[in-house]
Design a protein around this ligand. Structure first.
Ligand SMILES: Nc1ncnc2c1ncn2[C@@H]1O[C@H](COP(=O)(O)OP(=O)(O)OP(=O)(O)O)[C@@H](O)[C@H]1O
Ligand SMILES: [Mg+2]
Length: 502
C-alpha cells in the first residue's frame, strides 16, 4: 500500500486531536539517608505534615518532619529493603485507616489491616488518623455512667461516658485486668469497645484476644495491635488509628470505649522515632512536643452535644510507673490531661486486696454526676469509712486494749475491705453491687466470718437472680433511695441471711 505525505499528516493530525493529556502533579523525591525505621527524603516540596509517602516495594511511610531541604519520614516496615538513592513519591493523602462496623470482632494492625486470619475487611469508609478534637460548643457534660462492673470503681470512683480516666500503677498490678473486665462488662450495655495494644508482647495480646473471645466480648470489640516487634512508627500511630475508629462510632451518635494499653510505651515509640529523626531531645530525652502527643489524642474523647448526635467516646489510657513514681515526666503529663486516675498500689495487690485500686488517692473528677442515684446514696460514705478504718487498723496493731466502739469499727472495716475484693473476669452488674454494699454498710455482714464473705456474696447474687429480678431493676432506675425501696432491701437481705445461716 502506498501512502503520500498528505495522507500521513492527516492521519497524524486526527490521532493527535483525540489525544487528551491530563497534567498530573506527583512529588518525586530521593532518599538521602536511612535510619532504623526512618528516612530523610529530599525533593518532596509539596508534602504535607502527616502525608503518606510511597517507597519502592510497596513500603509506606508518613512525613512527620518538614524541614528546609528534607522531609523526615517514619517507615511502617522494618524489612530494610530500602536503600539510599531510592525514589519516594508523595501521595497527596494524609494517613488514613479503615473505619466502620465491619471492623467489629476483628484484630487489626495499626494500619487497619487484618491480622487475625479471618479474611479481608471490606470497609466502605476511611478516616484520617489525626483529627481535631471537638470544640467546647459541641460538647456536653458527662451524665451517663460507664459501668466497669468492678465494685471498688463503680462505687467510689465512678466513670461517666465521655470521660478520660487514667489507670496508673507499677508493672503487673492488674492494670490491663481492669480494662479487660470493663470491656467484658459492656455486654448488652450498647458500648462499642476498642482495645489498642502498644508495644506489648505478641503472646500477651494473643492471650487478651483469647479471653475476650471466651467471654463473648469480641462481638462488640475491635483490637488494634502494635507489638514490641513492630516498627516504632506503627506503635506510634496505633492509638491514633484506634481513636479514628472509635470516633466513627461516636459521630454516628453511639457510645464507644477505647483502651490505650499503654501510653508509656507509646511515648517510648515516639521518643525513638524523634531521636532517629534528630529532633532535639528534652527532659528524659523525650522531644519537646511529647505533651501534645498525648493531649491531642485524649482530647478527642468526649461526650458530644445532642445537635451533633450525642455520641460519646470514653478513654481509659494506661500508664506504667516505676517504683510508684507518679511524678515522673510522662505520668504527670497524662495525669494533667485526664479527668481522674485509678491508682494501683503494690502493697494492696500483694496483700491480696485485688483489684488494687487505692480509694484514698484515686479520683474521678466528673463521673460522680453520672453515677446511678441509688448507688451514690449507698456508697456515699464508703471512702471515708475506709480511710478511718485504715487509721484504726494501724492503732490496733500497736495495742490490744481497744474500746468496744473502735473494735466494732475495725470489725466492720474488715468486712468492707473483703467485699471490695473481686476476682478477675467477674464483673458485677450495678444492681448487685448496690445490694452488697448496702448490706455491708447496714451491718448485715457483721456476724459473718471474714472467710465466708465471698461465699455469702456469690450466694446472695444467685438468690437475687432467682427471686428478686424486679428489685434489681428498680435499684437501677429509681431516682433516689426511697424509704419503700430501702425497706424492701432490708427485707430481702434478712430473708437471704436467714437461709444462709442455716
Ligand atoms: N482482681 C484480680 N484478682 C486476682 N488476680 C488478678 C486481679 N487482677 C489482676 N490479677 C492478676 O495479676 C497479674 C497482673 O495483671 P495484669 O496483666 O492485668 O497487670 P498489668 O498491670 O497490666 O501488668 P503489665 O505491667 O505487665 O502490663 C495477672 O496474673 C492477673 O491474672
Ligand atoms: Mg498490662
Amino acid at each position: 500500500m502506498q501512502m503520500n505525505a498528505q495522507e500521513i499528516t492527516e492521519l497524524l493530525e486526527k490521532q493527535l486531536k483525540d489525544l487528551h493529556f491530563k497534567p498530573e502533579k506527583v512529588g518525586i523525591g530521593t532518599i538521602v539517608s536511612l535510619g532504623d525505621g526512618v528516612a530523610q527524603v529530599s525533593g518532596l516540596e509539596d508534602v504535607k505534615m502527616g502525608e503518606m509517602v510511597e517507597f519502592p516495594g510497596g513500603i509506606y511511610g508518613m512525613a512527620i518532619n518538614l524541614s528546609h531541604d528534607t522531609v523526615g519520614c517514619i517507615l511502617f516496615d522494618q524489612g530494610g529493603t530500602l536503600k539510599e538513592g531510592d525514589t519516594a513519591k508523595s501521595t497527596g493523602r494524609v494517613m488514613e485507616v479503615p473505619v466502620g462496623p465491619e471492623l467489629t470482632g476483628r484484630v487489626v494492625n495499626a494500619l487497619g489491616q487484618p491480622i487475625d486470619g479471618k479474611g479481608a475487611i471490606n470497609t466502605k469508609k476511611f478516616a484520617p488518623i489525626e483529627h481535631k478534637a471537638e470544640g467546647v460548643i459541641h460538647r456536653k457534660s458527662v451524665g451517663v455512667p460507664l459501668q466497669t462492673g468492678i465494685k471498688a470503681i463503680d462505687a467510689m470512683i465512678p466513670i461517666g461516658r465521655g470521660q478520660r480516666e487514667l489507670i496508673i500503677g507499677d508493672r503487673q498490678l492488674g492494670k490491663t485486668a481492669i480494662a479487660i473486665d470493663t470491656i467484658i462488662n459492656q455486654k448488652g450495655l450498647g458500648v462499642q469497645c476498642f482495645y489498642v495494644a502498644i508495644g506489648q508482647k505478641q503472646s500477651t495480646v494473643a492471650g487478651i484476644v483469647k479471653k475476650l473471645e471466651e467471654y463473648g466480648a469480641m462481638e462488640y470489640t475491635t483490637v488494634v495491635v502494635g507489638t514490641s516487634s513492630d516498627a516504632a512508627a506503627l506503635n506510634f500511630i496505633a492509638p491514633y488509628a484506634g481513636c479514628a475508629m472509635a470516633e466513627d462510632v461516636m459521630y454516628a451518635g453511639k457510645d464507644a470505649l477505647i483502651i490505650y494499653d499503654d501510653l508509656t510505651k507509646h511515648a517510648w515509640a515516639y521518643r525513638e522515632v524523634s531521636l532517629l529523626l534528630r529532633r532535639p531531645p528534652g527532659r528524659e530525652a523525650y522531644p519537646g512536643d511529647v505533651f501534645y502527643l498525648h493531649s491531642r489524642l485524649l482530647e478527642r474523647a468526649s461526650r458530644l452535644s445532642d445537635d451533633i448526635g450525642g455520641g460519646s467516646m470514653t478513654a481509659l489510657p494506661i500508664i506504667e510507673t516505676q517504683a510508684n513514681d507518679v511524678s515522673a515526666y510522662i505520668p504527670t503529663n497524662v495525669i494533667s490531661i485526664t479527668d481522674g486516675q485509678l491508682f494501683l498500689e503494690s502493697s494492696m495487690f500483694y496483700s491480696g486486696k485485688r483489684p488494687a485500686v487505692n480509694p484514698g488517692i484515686s479520683v474521678s473528677r466528673v463521673g460522680g454526676s453520672a453515677q446511678i442515684p441509688v448507688m451514690k446514696k449507698v456508697a456515699g460514705n464508703l471512702r471515708l469509712s475506709l480511710a478511718q478504718f485504715r487509721e484504726l487498723e494501724s492503732f490496733a496493731q500497736i495495742g490490744s486494749d481497744l474500746d468496744p466502739q473502735t473494735k466494732a469499727a475495725i470489725h466492720r472495716g474488715q468486712r468492707v475491705v473483703e467485699v471490695l475484693k473481686q476476682p478477675q473476669y467477674r464483673p458485677i452488674p450495678v444492681a448487685k453491687q448496690i445490694v452488697i454494699i448496702y448490706a455491708v454498710n447496714a451491718g448485715v455482714l457483721d456476724s459473718i466470718e471474714l472467710s465466708q464473705v465471698a461465699d455469702f456474696e456469690s450466694k446472695l447474687y444467685n438468690f437475687l437472680d432467682a427471686k428478686y429480678k424486679d428489685l434489681q431493676e428498680s435499684l437501677v432506675t429509681s431516682k433516689k433511695l426511697t424509704p419503700e425501696l430501702e425497706e424492701q432491701l432490708k427485707k430481702v437481705l434478712a430473708e437471704f441471711k436467714d437461709g444462709f445461716s442455716k
